[in-house]
Design a protein around this ligand. Structure first.
Ligand code: BGC
Length: 815
């Protein structure tokens, strides 16, 4: 095996400088202005700032765990503002907090060391369960009050894999001290701004109740240039144009999964998705619950006017043309045009509305206009009928709505379908033994504050069911063993590359042992010490790689894998880009494509083949510890973001993404052993939808399965999901890999189910299901696979050949 020095020099490289400049510019666009009474942007002449809050000097660039990125320098908000020429009048308070922070860090480092010394296990395992907690901040008192032009308070939160957040003060809720300090700030200063340096939803009801908070901006977590990006936005050098990708509720209890989510009901073994398809705004809108800030919401420094110019539709596509004008007179800005549809209730109930597509305008100067054209497939408006296992469009009226947030839309067209159509016939898959009891709305309950009534809808289009084409899927029937037809030669992957052999011919020559080696990652040779996030033997700090054992004999290169999604996670410093939620808040596909490209360029520089990102699980509940690594509560937005980021990465030759965690990984407590009970409809419409979009539109090189079980079967062992759905229905061509250690006994590592109800997934069943690569794998995996094939237990040589071939096909792309 070759040990590659990812970067041999300590000197900052030109590409890093360029990337950081770019992230600085683009990150600002992702920020969401929630409130602004005119105090933003800061007035010219603003010099002295009273700066407070935990995130001021200790700005969080992204979450913890495998989603963290090693960087040369993390520019805090304080540094960003200082370098932009602002002076702080609150150095005393900031210094005081620095000291508390340093002490807390020292104590934490001690705990990590003690853990490793006592158990011999890597400290990251301790950190999963016991993340670093920021110390209580000092009280702001009269001595801190000095004359200033504006006051800024930065609220920060951190979270990461292995542990869900808590609906407690200091986490979901603001702490008493935070509220006290913000209140004090508003009583003693003018021009008070609160910045949210958070990776997910927090309670803002109590913040909004404080009089005198004149602006609230969701900065998010914007990578290592965050401080500069904030300064640019506050001074209008960059114009923020972000929109929320989640519903921010008035109260945590308003989320339909609030009572039972993860640890909330004391049951970590089984999670019943009784909210069904009613996730996020689909719930709030349908059940008449008013959010604090709705999905899609965000202000600008200017105002816009939208006018729908035309709507056309046929059986294939719906097209909406919208003219947007910047009607302000001072600042330029970009607006996001959002198109929603309301499908008719029929045999199946429907959410009040669902996002169809969206588009962002270019930067419009005051008075300037832009026309955006938004197109989507008519059949995207179909719903999944679990009874018949088919996507259907019921007869009736499909209302098309256009606006700049989910709660600020106008009905612009009605598409009238004369009869029910089956758009795609599938078979029943992923069934649970017990049906989940789901929420239902029998009669639509419209929120009185949600005005749906529009007197005259300008466009009316009739569609005939008979003009739709019904599509069918061919599912795999049996796997045939590949026979070696070129016995006299020793074929290599280079032969395949040169066009002198096919992948089938090469695979047919591999022995069961060679294939088992290929299908299990490398760590087993030097198992000790390696852990999640850094099990690679090739590139320091990379998460893992495939075997070197076929390098000489078959010229199969290692596939080197590094984590994300907020940049590349290696020992070498890389550029930290905004976390996925923040990126998605841009609703800007060009921006997200560029971020993908930028990561792809660093993969090239640093010898990484597969990026273990994007993460694309659905924000089902705000407490999921890894929400920051995922985009949104909405599957269409999620799917488009992941597809676009993938296209960006894969525009770099031989570099690929690994979309994860497939699927239903929506909680972190007991993540390896929790069984998610999800109805087939909710799976199809919500939890699998984003993956479907990403696979069909971008063909990522790889998919990573999730740790959890779905309806009683581990995702890693799920033939229905991996073969029938991903490959047969969606046409996925790449490789599937497990999440780390899913298919092995993790007791030694301390990763155990508290109740013991469910155990880890089966290595042999991974092969059967088509989970091609077990990461990082262990010798036992190899032995189990070899034994199973040789003794004809559970799997055949054909099963193993299929997995091996998938890995070879991706390795070929990297050559
Ligand atoms: C995470 C994955 C990550 C892997 C490798 C796991 O703990 O769930 O998202 O890619 O570790 O670091």
């Amino acid at each position: 095996m070759t040990q590659i020095d990812a970067l041999k020099t300590d000197e900052i490289q030109n590409y890093e400088i360029e990337h950081q400049e770019e992230v600085r510019r683009l990150a600002g666009e992702c920020m969401v202005i929630l409130e602004n009474d005119g105090v933003l942007p800061l007035q010219a002449g603003t010099k002295k700032i009273a700066l407070f809050g935990t995130g001021a000097r200790h700005t969080i660039k992204g979450g913890t765990g495998s989603g963290d990125v090693n960087v040369r320098e993390n520019i805090s908000i304080a540094q960003g503002l200082e370098r932009a020429g602002f002076k702080f009048v609150t150095e005393g308070w900031l210094d005081q907090y620095d000291r508390l922070y340093a002490d807390a860090q020292e104590a934490y480092a001690k705990k990590l060391n003690e853990f490793t010394e006592k158990t011999g296990k890597p400290s990251m395992l301790y950190a999963f369960e016991n993340p670093f907690e920021e110390p209580e901040q000092p009280e702001i008192t009269e001595v801190d009050v000095k004359e200033a032009d504006a006051a800024i308070y930065v609220i920060s939160r951190n979270s990461g894999e292995g542990k869900d957040r808590r609906a407690e003060k200091g986490d979901y809720y603001l702490s008493d001290r935070e509220l006290q300090n913000i209140r004090f700030m508003t009583e003693h200063y003018k021009n008070c701004i609160v910045l949210l340096n958070v990776g997910g939803v927090i309670d803002l009801t109590s913040l909004k109740a404080i009089e005198g908070v004149q602006a609230i901006m969701l900065v998010g977590q914007t990578g290592n240039m965050g401080g500069y990006a904030v300064a640019d936005v506050l001074t209008a050098k960059t114009i923020p144009s972000g929109k929320l990708t989640d519903t921010w509720a008035r109260s945590y209890e308003d989320y339909p999964s609030s009572a039972t989510f993860s640890h909330r009901d004391g049951n970590l073994d089984d999670e019943y998705y009784s909210d069904g398809i009613y996730v996020g705004y689909r719930y709030f809108d349908t059940f008449g619950v008013m959010p604090l800030y709705c999905f899609g919401y965000g202000k600008s420094y200017t105002e816009f006017e939208m006018k729908t110019m035309n709507v056309t539709a046929d059986e294939k596509q719906v097209q909406v043309e919208v003219e947007v004008t910047n009607i302000g007179d001072k600042y330029p800005g970009k607006e996001v045009v959002q198109v929603y549809y309301s499908a008719p209730d029929g045999i199946m109930e429907k959410p009040t509305q669902e996002l169809a597509r969206f588009a962002k305008t270019k930067l419009l100067a005051p008075g300037e206009k832009d026309v955006v054209t938004i197109t989507f497939a008519t059949t995207d408006m179909a719903s999944f009928d679990a009874y018949d296992a088919a996507w259907i469009m019921e007869e009736g009226e499909y209302t098309i709505r256009v606006g700049n947030s989910s709660r600020n839309t106008e009905a612009v067209a009605v598409i009238d379908l004369d009869e029910q159509v089956t758009t795609l016939q599938l078979k029943r898959l992923m069934r649970d033994t017990i049906a989940v009891r789901e929420l239902h709305h029998m009669i639509p309950i419209f929120d009185i504050e949600f005005d749906f009534g529009v007197p005259a809808i300008p466009f009316r289009i009739m569609l005939q069911a008979e003009n739709f084409k019904k599509e069918l899927v061919e599912y795999e029937v049996m796997r045939r063993t590949l026979m070696d037809k070129r016995k006299d030669e020793i074929l290599t992957l280079e032969d395949v590359k040169a066009g002198n052999a096919t992948l089938d011919e090469l695979t047919a020559q591999l022995t069961v042992e060679e294939m088992a080696e290929l299908c299990v990652g490398t760590e087993r040779r030097n198992g000790d010490g390696n852990v999640i996030g850094s099990a690679s033997s090739c590139v320091p700090g990379a998460a893992g790689d495939t075997t070197s054992s076929l390098l000489e004999t078959r010229k199969v290169p290692n596939l080197i894998q590094a984590d994300g999604p907020a940049g590349l996670r290696l020992e070498t410093p890389c550029t930290a880009i905004p976390i996925a939620t923040t990126l998605a808040q841009s609703w800007d596909m060009d921006l997200i494509h560029r971020m993908g490209e930028l990561v792809g360029e660093e993969m090239k520089q640093l010898h990484v083949d597969l990026w273990l990102a994007p993460g694309m699980n659905i924000h089902r509940n705000p407490l999921c510890g890894r929400n920051f690594e995922y985009y949104s509560e909405d599957p269409v937005l999620t799917g488009l973001c992941a597809a676009t980021e993938t296209k960006g990465v894969q525009s770099q030759k031989g570099k690929g993404t690994t979309i994860k965690h497939f699927a239903g990984n929506n909680q972190e407590d007991n993540r390896m052993f929790t069984n998610a009970h999800i109805s087939e409809r909710a799976l199809r419409e919500i939890y699998l939808k984003g993956f479907e979009i990403a696979v069909k539109t971008a063909q990522p090189y790889a998919i990573m399965t999730s740790y959890n079980l779905i309806n009683g079967v581990h995702s890693a062992n799920n033939y229905d999901m991996l073969q029938n759905i991903a490959r047969d229905e969606w046409g996925f061509e790449g490789l599937v890999m497990t999440d780390w250690y899913t298919s092995q006994d993790t007791t030694e590592m301390g990763m155990v189910s508290p109740s013991g109800k469910y155990s880890h997934s089966s290595s042999v069943q991974c092969i059967k299901a088509g989970n091609d690569l077990q990461m990082p794998g262990c010798q036992q995996n190899v032995d189990d696979i070899v034994e199973a094939v040789n003794e004809g237990k559970e799997i055949t040589k054909a099963d193993l050949q299929r997995c091996a071939k998938h890995i070879l096909s991706v390795a070929l792309k990297t050559m």
